[in-house]
Ligand binder design. Sequence first.
Ligand code: BGC
Length: 832
Amino acid sequence: MAEALNPSLTRRDAARLLGAAAAVAAVPSRWTARRADVDALLRQLTLEEKVSLLHGATDPASKGQAGYVPGVPRLGIPELRLADGPAGVRVTASATALPAPVALASTFAPDLARRFGAVIGREGRALGMDVLLSPMTNIVRVPQAGRNFETLGEDPLLAAALVAGEIRGIQGEGLIATVKHYAANSFENARQTIDVKVDERTLREIYLPAFEAAVQAGVGAVMAAYNHVNGVYAAEHPHLLTGILRDEWHFGGWVMSDWFATHSGAPALTAGMDMEMPFGVNYGGLTAAVSSGRLAESVVDTAVRRVLVQLDRFGLLGGGRPRPAPDPAGGARAAKEIALAGAVLLRNERDLLPLGRADLADLVVIGPTAASPLVGGGGSARVIPASAESPLTALRRQAGPGGRIRWATGVDLEGVPVPASALALQRTQQGAQQGGAPQAAAQVDHTGADALAAGSSWTWTGTLTAPETGDYDLRIQGAGGVPSFNGSISLTLDGVKIGSVGALLGGNSSLIATSGGLTNAGATVRLEAGVAKPVTVSATGVAGTPLQVRLAWVTPRRRQEALREAAALAKGARAALVFAFNEGTEGADRAALALPNGQDPVIGAVAAANARTAVVLNTGDPVLMPWVGNVSSILQMWYPGQEGADATATLLLGGASPGGKLPVTFPRRAEDVPTARPERYPGVGGVADYSEGVLVGYRHYDAHGIEPLFPFGHGLSYTRFQYDGLSVRAAGGGLSVSFTVANTGWRAGVEVPQVYLGSPPGPPVPMPPRALAGFARVGLSPGERRRVTVAVPPRALQYWSDGRWTLARGRRTVHVGSSSRDLRLRQEVTIR
Ligand code: BGC
């Protein structure tokens, strides 16, 4: 039945939606109320002092955080410490490692986002930080982009709802949040130079809404991205930084550049980029620019005022305020709850999951990440927790005395020390008292009790000769190296660096430690039998920690053995669980959508050996699954944070039911993805053309009739849900959508009903067939029914055209369902 609606916008609705009024109401009463104090302060600052507040510097008392801005103590302006990041506070000290933000996105729960933010906010303050370099809310556009795990999925409405909740959580604890990376920074390869060609409508409808929501939530700072947008660096982009951010959205905070993303002084400042990070490479020259008359001092004043206004708003001026005590137990509780809530049950044939008592009495677990937990992704979002249990330990603990759980790696990431028979080496100790004379060395294997002295430095040089021709995984493994930009424990073969450990952002080291807790790095190289290759290992230790270093390899033979062992163990067991992973990290995209390290054949072999096989995924984003039809169940745990093992075991054993939904589409084939054309990704001639326009993520699959492997919004439960009783009415310029959800199964469970709005027939601009317009998260006990009302905001009914938001009028279908492809209820409405 068609219902006629007239949600024509009043001016107030539009203002509320566009953020103008909301921004003023949400926070800035103090932005204006204390303006006089800030102006008085500004008048007392010298030009040099003002400029010093506009760029980073070296921290005289660093806590290992990413950035530092000196204060002006004589006027009570504090120094600022700025720390990453999206999954927890990244400093030298350990901190709560929350699940990766993609797991948070899978909860579809703004209240959990707030809780997530509050953990980081409190801990950041407790650890001596003032500004957090998070949340990150770049839309997932390229399914293999390195930082997909750090962000909030492919849908702008979902990302906007979550980013706002998270910012309220962070800032509610007194830590200034920085939403990043503004804007259209959707992949890593060539991120510092790439020119993103994107039309205004796509920017407004896809890439900017979450930033706008962040401004409405009162975010204190914005980080400008590395990339160019339509030919201009994002960090000196007047349209983005002033036109949209200030003039339209009335952002009252400050903009800082991403690290080394500033390319000019006066032009960037004038464009609206207030603070250069991490050093004053360009902004150090602003004093001279003002003195010589090339830059008006008022431009400097405007930027400084923006910073001071935030410091005032957060109570940081004039002595600051007391810092809270850390609350690791509270952090751990939130980390577990969010890991549980964000888990997505992708498939569960014949209800293999949850495992029963009988399964636990004869269970085989396969995979390196079952034994060494994959806590989080790499790069600036990496957080080192005080401890993290492995899934295998958690499963055994939760299974109790009746459990018999055996493990095999299946994929050997660790290998064995390269044997003396393959090496001819000499080692030298640098700076050693005895003169550091070279000595013969059989192997490089100094771990545990055989570790080298803390702070010592060594080099091994010689040759490596393989016994048979094939692909070898060469590994450098270590701990106790001095932290350095390129890594201080490294392996070079034939003049090519194969791997290094101890790099500040992780370098090419794996996120998965060895069984002995060493950091593991390396690469796969082809070696010919009997051909000696020059090899060098060097290691520079840090004071106070024994230096451990090992040169290891996984031979082609060992790789086959590991696969056979896994299959043999799985055969005859009551059930098999395979843990599979990818390693998302900043600075590089994944080379392919497939699982790395030869995991597909291992899963295939285990599934062939045992018909009751479940796969647990620890990936940050979509992977291809050639074995999908051969396994019974797939549970996506993402990178689940420090409590991930406990959460994983709880879900596998039925202590809770998975209730997360995919915030990204999983494609069936690499060629199906919206960015499968080189001009779109990775770009041609330095330009990435976002020519798919608004057809990002599920919009692309729906528009082109492509069947995904798992659609956006998909996620099963251990129970079943039924939908009925849809009613739609106009409300507040948008729609109010009500329906009933019932739990018709035997277990308690959580459902995320989703509202999608169809495009009108003959749309005024090319529109996706459906777009997410609202959602809820509902916990229901067996047999329980609940009436749910979802507010569809006015913006969901609009499109961007000719510089403004316009209603897409006509007959449109409101769908309600359990995923973007499992639509259960529908009603036509006419938008006039
Ligand atoms: C990243 C930012 C991060 C900064 C500081 C940059 O490389 O892109 O997200 O906040 O480093 O660590």
